[in-house]
Design a binder for this molecule. Sequence first.
Ligand SMILES: N[C@@H](CCC(=O)N[C@@H](CS)C(=O)NCC(=O)O)C(=O)O
Length: 276
Amino acid sequence: MPTTTARANSPIYPANTPQKYAFPIGNVAIKWSGDPVTVYKGTMNAPYRLHYAPDNASLVIRLALNEMGLFYDTALVDRPGNGLNSPAYRALNPNGLIPVLETPQGPIFETAAILLWLADRHSQLAPAPDNPDRAAFLKWLFFASNTLHADLRILFYAEKYIEPSQADILRAGIRPRLRQHLGALDAEAQNAPDWLHPDQPSVLTFYVACMMRWMALYPPGSDRSWFQLLDTPHLQKILMQLETRPATRAAIAAEGLGVTPFTSPVYANPPEGSAI
Ligand SMILES: N[C@@H](CCC(=O)N[C@@H](CS)C(=O)NCC(=O)O)C(=O)O
């Protein structure tokens, strides 16, 4: 069995959580059964389908699904071919954004909604509704989604928010806000609540780790010197630990993310599809 860093009787990662992993790469599933990782192909009755593009926000969902040990299959969205605007994709997400997770309850879009739904449905990677930590977890999950991710989109897609000639000015304005948001999260991480702790993952830690990866890489060709991982040492510790998880290693293989996708990221070199 894989080693686990879960703390005994942790409210978000109970000691008896089965350590099973079933990671798909495309339609190939990888079963974690100790070292080495074994790969098997075959039909599986996956309850979930993740619509993804490499290194997109779907990565957060892939990591959470992997960590929870859930079966899923994947559908690659053809971003260069304008797949986000296809009628079939718009039927799943009328906003034309990645990710979508198809579930027995229908398609879900919005990263945080998917994370919360999965955490609640599978009682993993987040404090349960009756847990005393629930309120604190929720407010920071929503902060990550409504504030950090929303501002990050302005950095990445400035041209969608202002006329292109003004885009660099907008980007310059948004960077100090992002630094402030990271500082707030780092201060919370210093308190080391169970759901923002280096010793055990949560849906929030995967979400934050991906956003920090993207800050270090995107948009290509623009100033990224404003982002230094060392400025947020408590988050850095979390990112370092997440990189050791089998869930992360499977995502690295599936999306070509390089060996240190959070602490020293390189551009994705995926086996299929493209990030942009
Ligand atoms: N609020 C959305 C944001 C998702 C998002 O920004 N997805 C990006 C890919 S990482 C996207 O679809 N971009 C295409 C676009 O903005 O047109 C969520 O949390 O799911």
